[in-house]
Design a protein around this ligand. Sequence first.
Ligand code: NAD
Length: 499
Amino acid sequence: MARQHERRTIHVDGEWREAVSGTTRDIIDPADARPFAVVAEGDEKDTDLAVEAARRAFDEGDWPRTPVAERAALLRRVADLLVRDREELGLLESRDAGKTVEEGRVDIDCVADAFRYFADLVAAEAPGRVVDAGSPDIHSVVVHEPVGVCALITPWNYPLLQASWKIAPALAAGNTFVVKPSEITPLTTVALLDLLTEAGLPSGVANIVTGPGHTVGARLAEHPDVDLVSFTGGLVSGVKVAQAAAVSVKKVALELGGKNPNVVFADACATDEGFDTAVDQALNAAFIHSGQVCSAGSRLIVEESVRERFVAELARRAARIRLGRGTDDGVECGPLVSEQQRAKVESYVASALAEGAALRTGGKRPEHLAEGYFYEPTVLDHCHREMKVVREEVFGPVLTVETFRTEDEAVALANDTEYGLAGAVWTADAGRARRVAGRLRHGTVWINDFHPYLPQAEWGGFGKSGVGRELGPAGLAEYRESKHVYQNLAPKPVRWFAG
Ligand code: NAD
């Protein structure tokens, strides 16, 4: 795993290379703002070479035609290698993305789970679906085939996890790919490519180009030899990717941002235990990984009658979250990923205060952590839907508080977003829980919980949170074409034309 020190982080046709231009990029540790690795800074030329290799491996190689059982076995070997390297990869993810090492380890476990899940899914499937054509002389079957060359573009918050939700199903379905990790957190995805080779994946099937979005990412999205682009990232980049991909009519999957409501009814707080759980989970929803989570519960929508008690306790606990370098003992939350990200968070907090929000805690950089991109967990009370901080994705440790009096009002507030990725409802009333969950326009709804996902269950968004789904059977279907094979067992003339 010394690859990040070698500058050869572009993997094309089974070989590690430097960028064609020879350019490199320093990878910064967000906990101290110092470089700790160097990677190749690829551009359009490197991208074209990688797509060419993936195209060749798809059109002429064995992988798309490899029996499903063998593909599944390879994915399981990858999962085993991830478990073997868990400690090293978890640490690398922690340094690269700024999360705690424990979060890094959990990420790697989830990555291994994704590989196992898609291995099991394809291995258990029927090879096709026989269709009743209404005649014993017709044999009609629908089969699945890989899409072809996939471009996989990923963000910096869960670098390897987001990559695995694309790579595992793409490989399970028999595709070849070029992955482009975020330019600021590429290291674990680079390491995964070595594990794929070690597991026995043929050359050219898996390729990686490290480099920026406006060159490598944009070229992948428009490249005529790419058949599918699967993108996870922000709304603005996602729209550009969809526009570029439309020119050559590629399949497109987009996993974009979220502005996720966490709705708390007073009845959930009726007992001390219920109150403690709802506050604890609201804290977790908003501040894990410093809020740099697409499904972060960044909008607390709490019933008016419990607002004061709830927010006071939440702010008290938020102020006690132990910030620091993710690799240090006892640290509960790391820094933001970059100076740019922290500046963005600061500007949202400033705009909220200017628009009338009340600061209950945080709102500044911690004095004891001068190095690195730290920002205090921040709770903004008295927020309303006209505020920028309530409408737009902040992607930082900032929680806004809104209140409601009725169930209808709670649902209206929770759905009042252009996004629709995830949301939660907290209530002790089982009927209300089901009613509200049914009315929320979000791709994942938690009842009395926040954040868990299952590889077996589809993940994705309504509205501007995206197009398509990852995980679950639909997450595999994204990487497939359906083909109807219709065979006439007793052909004879149709006599449509007289002659
Ligand atoms: P980003 O959009 O800036 O970048 C994402 C990726 O796209 C990076 O690899 C980047 O280099 C690339 N890119 C940028 N411009 C591009 C272009 N014009 N063409 C092609 N590629 C381009 O996002 P980010 O800041 O890295 O990640 C944070 C965002 O990701 C947040 O909005 C978050 O909500 C979202 N996200 C969504 C999910 C989900 O499951 N829905 C998961 C994680 C993150």
